[in-house]
Structures are given as structure tokens and as C-alpha cells.
Write a protein that binds this ligand. Structure first.
Ligand SMILES: O=P(O)(O)OC[C@H]1O[C@H](OP(=O)(O)OP(=O)(O)O)[C@H](O)[C@@H]1O
Ligand SMILES: Nc1ncnc2[nH]cnc12
Length: 176
């Protein structure tokens, strides 16, 4: 499937939910996309074509980055590393805090999740203000690994998340 067709398919499978989780936020609901195996397959195939041989690890951001990231990791045949909300990972962690469109949050990664020099692709569903993704990239770098790119399904352009990602490569399948 070409890029335009994939973007159109994704756009048709994201549902706008106004005023969730608080007034003024239009939430991009990902559940119709997860419910469409053809669209999910197309997303996985696209990531495999783009990143095969270029990444050693996929890191996914809780929660929806787990769903995309594990599917892509299995297809690429590489390990999956979860970046989780504070207090969920059992072993020693690195921790980073950031602001969201609708609050503040802290995320963590296991200190031994990646090795020095490994090439890590960070995946999530949505890039909004970029706070989550920037914190996730910082955590991966603290393990000694390097971030190859941040890859998201949907980028909310007016929130200018890219600008918070410094020199990191950013790829979105759909920009709105
Ligand atoms: O670019 P940002 O402004 O940082 O926002 C993007 C993040 O917000 C959403 O997750 P959320 O924090 O709602 O958590 P959830 O996936 O656990 O529901 C989304 O899945 C991204 O991880
Ligand atoms: N508007 C939005 N929709 C979905 N996820 C988000 N994360 C931050 N803002 C979001």
C-alpha cells in the first residue's frame, strides 16, 4: 500500500472524541484502528520495509505504543522494550517527567533494557506536544543505546511536538 493510501486508511480509522479526557482536548481514539487487522497489517508492513536491518530494538510507550511496537518488533524479529508509567516496572529504572496536553506524567524504563550502542526505534500512537516522546528518547539514551528515530502513527501538527525532539528523526504515517 502506498503512503497516501496508508495515511487515508489510518485517517478513516481514527475517531475524534471531543472534550476527552478534559474540556478543549479533541482526543484521537485509536480503538477503531486496532479493530481493523488490514490497517494494522499495513502499518506493520510499512515499518518492516522502512526499518529492516536498521534497528536492534523497538521501544514502545505505554499504552498504545505497546500495541504498535510489539507487532512491529515481532515482524522485524527484534526485542521489544516497554517504556511504562511510573511505578509499573519491577526492576531498577531510569525515570523522566514531562507535561502533557492534559496534565503531567512520569515514565520509566528498565536500566538494563538496552545495551550500549544498540539502535532503538521508539514507537507510539500519537505525537502531540512531544513531551512524552522527548522523555522516552531521553530514557533510551540514558541506557547507553541510541535512538534511530521516533515513529508514530499520527502527528497532531499544530501542537508542534517535533520541535521538542531536538535532533531526533521523526516519522509519522499521518499528519493532521
Ligand atoms: O505528545 P504528548 O503531548 O506528550 O502526548 C502524546 C502521548 O499522549 C498519549 O498517551 P497518554 O499519556 O494519554 O497515555 P495512555 O497511552 O496510557 O492513555 C499518547 O498515546 C502519547 O503517548
Ligand atoms: N489529542 C490527543 N489524542 C490522543 N492522544 C493524545 N495525547 C496527547 N494529546 C492527544
Amino acid at each position: 500500500m502506498d503512503r497516501d493510501a496508508l495515511a487515508a486508511l489510518i485517517a478513516s480509522r481514527l475517531r475524534d472524541v471531543p472534550d476527552f479526557p478534559k474540556p478543549g482536548v479533541v482526543f484521537k481514539d485509536f480503538t477503531p484502528l486496532l479493530a481493523d487487522p488490514v490497517a494494522m497489517r499495513a502499518i506493520v508492513d510499512d515499518a518492516v520495509a522502512r526499518y529492516s536491518g536498521e534497528v536492534d530494538v523497538i521501544a514502545g510507550i505505554e499504552a498504545r505504543g505497546f500495541m504498535i511496537g510489539t507487532a512491529v518488533a515481532v515482524a522485524l524479529g527484534v526485542p521489544f522494550v516497554p517504556i511504562r508509567k511510573k511505578g509499573k516496572l519491577p526492576a531498577a529504572t531510569f525515570t523522566a517527567s514531562y507535561d502533557l496536553e492534559y496534565g503531567t506524567e512520569t515514565i520509566e524504563v528498565h536500566q538494563d533494557s538496552c545495551r550500549e550502542g544498540q539502535r532503538v526505534l521508539v514507537m507510539d500512537d500519537v505525537l502531540a506536544t512531544g513531551g512524552t516522546a522527548a522523555a522516552a528518547c531521553e530514557l533510551i539514551e540514558r541506557t547507553g543505546a541510541q535512538v534511530v528515530a521516533l515513529d508514530v502513527v499520527c502527528e497532531i501538527g499544530f501542537l508542534r511536538g517535533r520541535e521538542r525532539l531536538g535532533g531526533h528523526r521523526v516519522r509519522s504515517l499521518l499528519s493532521i
